[in-house]
Design a protein around this ligand. Structure first.
Ligand code: BES
Ligand code: MN
Ligand code: ZN
Length: 507
């Protein structure tokens, strides 16, 4: 979708739909909403007076413009945005999402959204987040559905054509708005790339497919790239990653992208994303019900690749290295078995108690790889790592754990700004005992108690002293609808959390 800015009077615009936010509980309408109401002969005021519109987020009321020589919008959609002093960036993102879905549900492919100057969020921030909400809301995963071509009549499918043009009408300052727009566009398009990869099924989005997409991004933005196949992984001694891949016919990959936007020689920030393209559990096979959702077990990888696309598009002045360990966790006569002991790249031996705890195995090798080869300033990994995280925090926050309180604090703030919150769990040393093995250096599971914490402790064993934080996104990466700019399936989280963090680091 294309997003553009308009700095003139929105009532003069030729558009099938003008969306006007209205605060709750305010007696007098102001600005564009007041002008629109006058244009409608006071119809909206009368509806408010009658109690048909309270202004809660999600409330909406549609009017048709009079046919006249005046021209202007064909429809006026008033949308509630709640109390004036409670509206934040996420509220504006959701407003834009509702606006776009309001167009989509009426089979309109373009609209104007007015961002009044009274928005408490900094006016240019409103431009960034409205672009994000709009672009995210317009996106849908349709590439494998037949009969959704452009000529197909809408009546044959419950889904409508996608909105392809959004105009943000703002009175904010022009230069700052343009910069904010380019940030919002890059962030949301990065998140949509993550969603595309997430939603692709396991028979399409294989490890080699993720590598091809990553190489495409690298070519487009001039990243240095390396893809390690089975042979190179053996040479690197990445036997924990290979152990996960052993039961599958699909070859594993280690994908590495380098963005050199910072000072030469400045140590990079490292992003690591779990790329299990399907997690059957392996020999410790999962129950069948809902197993199809395990195509989303590469959501961490998707977010990292989506973030890299945006980093490239914005030419962030940072050095960033992205590493994606990717494999399929299946079962066969060659699969790794419970009780097997493997030596990870770092030299540590791991007793594999449960082959379904595979994410930490592939991440262990990726973490030691990136730390040894790049000596990064900070490492952040994200992974759909534990079902326990979903139990602990539900769908509304990722868990964040690590060895550096400063980095954890930065990620929490970035998540709050992005509307992709994360919340800390403790990595106290007492939990480490649960991983002790009698036959190897450590076990790959630590029992039922505190599963998210013991999984993070396992990763910590392969990180050492490098400042590091881990995001467990098992509850947040995908699901049924949460925000007006989500749909069922992959949400693309935490792509924008990573981007907000990097953007703040870039200064
Ligand atoms: N990919 C799963 C975690 C997961 C579960 C993500 C549900 C999203 C929704 C991971 O590989 C896994 O299977 N973890 C096990 C670990 C256990 C064997 C210690 C789990 O959480 O059950
Ligand atoms: Mn698993
Ligand atoms: Zn998994």
């Amino acid at each position: 979708m294309r997003v553009t800015l308009n700095f003139d009077e929105p009532l003069g615009l030729e558009t099938p739909l003008l969306v006007l936010p209205v605060f709750k509980g305010e007696h007098a309408l102001t600005g564009a909403a007041a002008a629109a109401d006058r244009r409608l002969g006071g119809a909206f005021s009368r509806a408010r007076g009658a109690g048909d519109f309270r202004g809660d987020p999600g409330d909406s009321l549609l009017f048709y413009g009079a046919e006249s020589a005046q021209g202007g919008p064909g429809r006026f959609l008033f949308v509630g945005v709640g109390e004036r002093d409670e509206l934040d960036a996420e509220g504006v993102r959701q407003l834009a999402g509702r606006a776009v879905r309001g167009a989509e549900s009426r089979s309109l492919t373009s609209l104007v959204l007015h961002l009044p100057s009274e928005l408490p969020a900094r006016p240019v921030l409103a431009v960034q987040v409205a672009a994000e909400g709009g672009i995210l809301a317009a996106w849908d995963y349709r590439e494998l559905r037949s009969g959704l071509g452009e000529e197909d009549p809408v009546s044959e499918d419950p889904r409508h054509p996608l909105v392809d043009a959004l105009v943000l009408s703002t009175s904010a300052e022009r230069k700052g708005s343009e910069r904010a727009l380019s940030i919002g566009v890059a962030f949301a398009e990065g998140e949509n790339l993550a969603r595309l990869l997430q939603n692709r099924p396991g028979n399409v989005a294989t490890p080699s497919h993720l590598a091809e997409v990553a190489l495409g991004v690298a070519r487009e933005y001039g990243f240095t790239s390396h893809v390690l196949g089975k042979k190179e992984l053996e040479d690197e001694g990445m036997r924990a990653l290979l152990a996960v891949s052993a039961g599958s016919e699909e070859e594993p990959r280690l994908i590495v992208l380098e963005h050199h936007g910072g000072e030469k020689g400045d140590p990079p920030l490292a992003l690591v994303g779990k790329g299990i393209t399907f997690d059957s559990g392996g020999i410790s096979i999962k129950p069948g019900l809902g197993m199809e959702e395990m195509k989303f077990d590469m959501s961490g990888a998707a977010a990292v690749l989506g973030a890299m696309q945006a980093i490239g598009a914005l030419r962030l002045p940072l050095n960033v290295v992205a590493v994606v360990p990717s494999a399929e966790n299946l079962l066969s006569g060659r699969a790794t078995k419970p009780g097997d002991i493997v030596r990870a790249r770092s030299g540590k031996t791991i007793e594999i108690i449960n082959t379904d705890a595979e994410g930490r195995l592939v991440l262990a090798d990726a973490l030691s790889y990136v730390i040894e080869h790049y000596a990064p300033k900070v490492v952040v990994d994200c992974a759909t790592l534990t079902g326990a995280c979903l139990i602990a925090l539900g769908n509304h926050a990722s868990a964040v754990l690590g060895n550096d309180e400063g980095v954890i604090a930065e990620l929490r703030e970035a998540g709050a700004r992005a509307g992709e919150r994360c919340w800390p769990l403790p990595l106290w040393k007492e939990y480490r005992k649960q991983l002790e093995s009698t036959v190897a250096d450590l076990k790959n599971v630590g029992g039922r108690a505190a599963g998210t914490i013991t999984a993070a402790w396992f990763l910590a064993e392969f990180v050492g002293e490098t400042p590091w934080a881990h995001l467990d996104i098992a509850g947040t990466a995908y699901g049924d609808v949460h925000a007006p700019y989500h749909r069922k399936g992959g949400f693309g989280r935490p792509t924008r959390l990573l981007l907000e963090w990097l953007h703040a680091r870039a200064g």
